[in-house]
Design a protein around this ligand. Structure first.
Ligand code: SAM
Ligand code: SF4
Length: 381
């Protein structure tokens, strides 16, 4: 049987950033008066129960990647994260060379914590840096100042992490091109092997979404956002970080194996509130709220809210939409003749390349990457 990947969702943050609509909760939203470290143990007990349930459904599979995401996984006590890794190793066959990643908020780590995480076998860390410019971090409603990121990344290196990534966001209200350039240079001055750079998405219902709706802040236009993408791509490539997915750049061999798994349609189990899973064309997802999740785990052991079965065409189509975003593109034989007809114009205009050296795979060109969402919409069947 094929390997299984595990996503472990940690649905807590100290404070919600104004742009974020992830399934995460602050102590105030959950009426928790004690610190989040106090609920680390009880939350992890629930996740461990779900891991037992996962084994009863998925069988005895080998695990090649684990990803602690959130929310803010570094708010949990390392000893509790260690209990999750032990549970996975007990219930499944955790491969020796597995990639174990944790997302971290620069404000929620210390040298001691990073050493403890490394000792658990966590071998990859991704920091939410977002920007190195104070007024941009304020516009994004972040709690950290730029120095925290610099310090946290150096601590990670000192703790023995070899794979270190940072997330950047471009296009925040008030961010100039030189602000963005400053953030890129700051990120590239750090010992990183991987960078993700996302255009800021204004999500409905968030604090930022309401500010935009009321006309209190103005979002940059598409041309400026495209220029920022191209500037990032130039700088990353010159620094030896090559693009391997539209929003992700890495040194050779430092690509995220876990995320590559999502983009190429492997089986994964997502544990925790609202987490999604994918097993052999069946998708299912858990109840969203942490309280509902706890109730379901305690009552039945099964936190699933709903599921859908994808037929072969749907499954392949979904995969195609993700694969076309990868630098290695898609074998042209995978497209239907109708899709190839649609792609013809983009090939002619140079937004797509049929690459002879990549065995006739269809690959986005640099200009095509800027149009990827439109191209994907047009080939979706
Ligand atoms: C779970 S967070 C990373 C870890 C930690 N919670 C933090 O933010 O420091 C995942 C990443 O998603 C990105 N993100 C979240 N909401 C976004 C939005 N509305 N637009 C663009 N990127 C977003 C941010 O770059 C963030 O670092
Ligand atoms: S810290 Fe990360 S997950 Fe939490 S609200 Fe901010 S961006 Fe979202």
């Amino acid at each position: 049987m094929s390997n299984l990947s595990f996503y472990i969702h940690i649905p807590y943050c100290v404070r919600r950033c104004g742009y974020c609509d992830f399934n995460t909760y602050t102590p105030a939203e959950l009426s928790i008066s004690s610190g989040l470290n106090q609920i680390s143990r009880s939350y992890v007990d629930l996740v461990i129960q779900e891991i037992g349930f996962a084994q009863s459904i998925a069988g005895n599979r080998s695990i090649s990647t684990i990803f602690f995401g959130g929310g803010t996984p570094t708010l949990m006590e390392p000893v509790d994260l260690g209990r999750i890794i032990s549970a996975l190793a007990t219930k499944f066959d955790l491969l020796q060379d597995s990639e174990i990643t944790i997302e971290a908020n620069p404000d929620s780590v210390s040298l001691e914590k990073l050493i403890a995480l490394r000792e658990l076998g966590i071998n990859r860390i991704s920091f939410g840096m977002q920007s190195a410019v104070p007024h941009v971090l304020t516009a994004l409603d972040r709690t950290h100042d730029p120095e925290n990121v610099m310090r946290a990344v150096h601590w990670a290196k000192e703790s023995g992490f070899e794979e270190i990534s940072c997330d950047l966001i471009y296009g925040a209200p008030g961010e100039s091109m030189s602000d963005w350039e400053y953030s890129l240079d700051a990120a590239l001055s750090l010992p990183l092997t991987h960078i993700s750079a996302y255009a800021l998405i204004v999500e409905e219902g968030t604090k930022l979404g309401k500010q935009v709706q009321r006309g209190e802040v103005t979002m940059p236009d598409d041309d400026e956002t495209a220029d920022k993408y191209l500037l990032a791509d130039d700088k990353f490539e010159s620094a030896g970080l090559h693009w391997y997915e539209i929003s992700n750049w890495a040194k050779s061999g430092s690509e995220s194996r876990h995320n590559m798994g999502y983009w190429t349609g492997v089986d994964w189990w997502g544990a925790g509130p609202g987490a999604h899973s994918h097993l052999a064309g069946r998708r299912f997802w858990n109840v969203k709220h942490p309280t509902a999740y706890a109730d379901r785990i305690i009552a039945t052991g099964d936190p699933k809210q709903s599921e859908e079965l994808l037929d072969k065409t749907q499954k392949w189509n979904e995969e195609l939409m993700l694969r076309i975003r990868l630098a290695k593109g898609v074998d042209h034989k995978a497209f239907t003749s109708a899709q190839l007809g649609t792609l013809g114009g983009y090939l002619k205009d140079g937004h797509l390349i049929e690459s002879a050296w990549l065995e006739n795979r269809i690959v986005l060109s640099r200009s095509g990457r800027l149009l990827a969402d439109r191209i994907i919409r047009e080939i979706a069947m």
